[in-house]
Design a binder for this molecule. Structure first.
Ligand code: SF4
Ligand code: SF4
Length: 109
């Protein structure tokens, strides 16, 4: 049970939480962050959307053929697609970046 003395003591204690995004801490070297996609490198082989365990990559079509669309609100950041892409068209970053107000900004094509 919290006594009033403890409550007053905690009131003057240094804050334990971090005010993200105003205060950002550097992610660890192994942190898996947002993806970026270089459409001009893609050859439409389909490997990425076949292996994605979260169904976060959909198949789209343009005048060059089948191309991926990344739904990053579903992504679990396993980075399997990054590793499997034969053209290095998908890049991984250490950017957290998935905290957005508009979900449509997490659709990358
Ligand atoms: S990182 Fe993993 S979950 Fe996210 S799009 Fe690539 S394969 Fe799918
Ligand atoms: S694996 Fe790479 S080249 Fe193949 S469809 Fe996906 S992004 Fe394009």
């Amino acid at each position: 049970m919290v006594t009033s003395f403890e409550a007053i003591k905690n009131f003057f204690r240094k804050r334990a939480t971090i005010l993200y995004p105003e205060e950002k801490i550097e992610p660890s070297a192994t942190f898996r962050g947002m993806l970026s996609f270089e459409r001009s490198l893609c050859i439409g082989c389909g490997l990425c959307w076949r292996v994605c365990p979260a169904s976060a990559i959909k198949q789209d079509r343009d005048d060059k053929g089948a191309r991926p669309v990344f739904l990053l609100d579903r992504c679990i950041f396993c980075h399997i697609c990054v590793e499997i892409c034969p053209k290095k068209a998908i890049k991984a970053s250490r950017d957290r970046g998935s905290l957005v107000m508009d979900k449509s900004s997490l659709r990358v094509k």
